[in-house]
Design a protein around this ligand. Structure first.
Ligand code: PLP
Length: 516
């Protein structure tokens, strides 16, 4: 069975045209090639001269053999089946799918960056190291931290790195603390990273403001607590106003305060986590600094620490020798937690972040945060009558609305999300955070125009009206996409992603999507 056959086909026009095109393996014909070039006039080295016998395949890999025409059409059609940030708004709360300036993309693709080899010696990559060094200083300045590592390839890996540093710190003090506290609104990666690092996650509740319940936190604190993980603003899009008191209470019992910086775009240039009392900070360069999150692409989750934790950072760390005017990697780090990624993380994402920071400057960065907050509040107020927020008041870069008012019409948050696709928008995050019933978590981002946000608000208001007038429109949505509503249970339990060469028999048995 092909993966596509698990998915219900669409009867819509765009979907119909697009739904049944064959897999590239099915297009394959032996000997077909995607190029047509004359024989080279020079003697080219033979493959067996370049690669020793032992490393060559006995048989060629079974790759599809197609014409250039088929190849280009195949990938172009595939790209059209996806919603992409370059196609339109993508208000996926917590994920920050913001526009990635094409100038950052250009810079990252410059051959001097893109074609570096990770094994090149330090002397031949001084420019790249200087870029990392400059970016490190800028990010440390923005977070109020002393030093950082670029190794983590995602926010979640930054979390693990930070927690391992937390453990190394306590161990160096001769302490074996066992618990890390997280609020109940935390991102799912937080408790996962806590257990991965060998700690026990202890949840503290949010109060009626949607903020950490300070009394419950104080009750949970003792000298067995290694630290507290917070994202500020939290995942409800609310600023933890008691942060100074939280930091003081935690430091009092010797714990470390961890900042999940995935929501940094709402405060960057305005407030520094270090000044709020945080000791460890990870950033999502793919969220805050140019690259949109998601899509399965590479990420970069640098982890920055205050001075007292510097010596535990993963080795090697970047070093500038002022006398010799030379950048190098310092491997002499006896207290380091060790490597957590090969080489130095995803360099290309760091180049994009560097280009983005340099193009904005400190003034521009501040405007990023101001626009992120303004856009979110504008949208929040516009849709309030249809989708009230779970916690009242001003939000930061995102907010969580509830669709529970539509339950009387048998409409759920999922139906609203799916219907939004028909209106030309990517759905928001739904059913997260768990503390909000029928949650719609919306982040318009700082990069959308007022017109786009107005159109998104109009669409949401129209959908709420449809729910009371004719809910079937919502239950059947989306109407016009190649894939409508996948069977989520089967997609999780019976996921088939590998194409199998079809014997004629198996091909005949394969379920076909119904004809439009
Ligand atoms: C996205 C996100 C993370 C995890 O980042 P990844 O790069 O997806 O691993 C952690 N915390 C919060 C609040 C996030 O939004």
């Amino acid at each position: 069975m092909t993966p596509g056959a698990q998915l219900e086909s669409s009867a819509g026009t765009r979907g119909a045209a697009n739904a049944n095109f064959p897999l590239i393996f099915e297009l394959s014909r032996a000997g077909r090639r995607a190029w047509s070039l004359p024989q080279a006039g020079v003697e080219a080295p033979q493959l067996d001269e370049l690669i020793p016998d032992a490393y060559r395949r006995a048989e060629p890999a079974r790759l599809p053999e197609v014409s250039e025409r088929d190849l280009v059409a195949h990938f172009t059609r595939l790209s059209q089946r996806n919603w992409a940030i370059d196609v339109g708004a993508y208000p996926l709360g917590s994920c920050t799918m913001k526009y990635n300036p094409k100038s950052s993309e250009e810079v990252a693709r410059m051959p001097g960056f893109a074609q570096l080899h990770p094994w090149q010696d330090d002397d031949s990559v001084q420019g790249a190291l200087e870029l990392l060094g400059t970016l490190e200083r800028a990010l440390c300045e923005a977070t109020g931290m002393a030093k950082l590592t670029f190794q983590p390839a995602a926010g979640a890996q930054g979390e693990l790195t930070g927690l391992l540093i937390m453990r190394a710190f306590h161990q160096a003090n001769g302490e074996a603390r066992t618990r890390v506290i997280i609020p109940d609104s935390a991102h799912g990666t937080n408790p996962a990273s806590v257990s991965l690092a060998g700690y026990e996650a202890q949840e503290v509740p949010s109060d009626e403001r949607g903020l950490v319940d300070l009394d419950a936190l104080r009750a949970a604190l003792d000298d067995d607590v290694a630290g507290l993980m917070l994202t500020n603003p939290n995942t409800l899009g609310l600023f933890e106003r008691d942060i100074a008191r939280i930091a003081a209470a935690l430091h009092e019992v010797g714990g470390l305060l961890y900042y999940d910086g995935a929501n940094f775009n709402s405060i960057v240039g305005l407030v520094r986590p270090g000044d709020m009392g945080f000791d460890i900070v990870h950033m999502n360069l793919h969220k805050t600094f140019a690259t949109p999150h998601g899509g399965g692409g590479p990420g970069s989750g640098p982890l920055a620490v205050s001075q007292r934790l510097e010596r535990f950072l993963p080795a090697p760390v970047l070093h500038w020798d002022g006398g010799a005017e030379r950048w190098s990697w310092n491997h002499d780090r006896p207290d380091s937690i060790g490597r957590i990624h090969s080489f130095h993380g995803n360099f290309g994402i760091n180049v994009r972040a560097y280009a983005y920071l340099r193009s904005l400057g400190p003034e521009g960065l501040r405007r990023v945060a101001e626009h992120a907050v303004l856009n979110a509040n504008y949208l929040r107020v516009r849709i309030e009558d249809s989708f009230p927020t779970a916690y009242p008041g001003i939000c930061m870069h995102e907010f969580v609305s509830t669709a529970k008012g539509l339950k009387k019409d048998k409409v759920r948050a999922l139906d609203v999300a799916k219907r939004l696709i028909d209106y030309g928008f990517h759905p928001p995050t739904v059913y997260f955070p768990l503390v909000v019933e029928e949650a719609l978590m919306i982040e318009p981002t700082e990069t959308e125009s007022k017109e786009t946000i107005d159109a998104l608000a109009d669409a949401l208001i129209a959908i709420a009206r449809e729910a009371s007038e004719d809910a079937s429109e919502l239950h059947d949505a989306p109407h016009d996409t190649p894939v409508r509503r996948p069977d989520e249970a089967r997609a999780a339990r019976d996921l088939r992603l590998r194409w199998q060469p079809a014997s004629s028999e198996r091909a005949a048995q394969r379920p076909r999507a119904p004809a439009p």
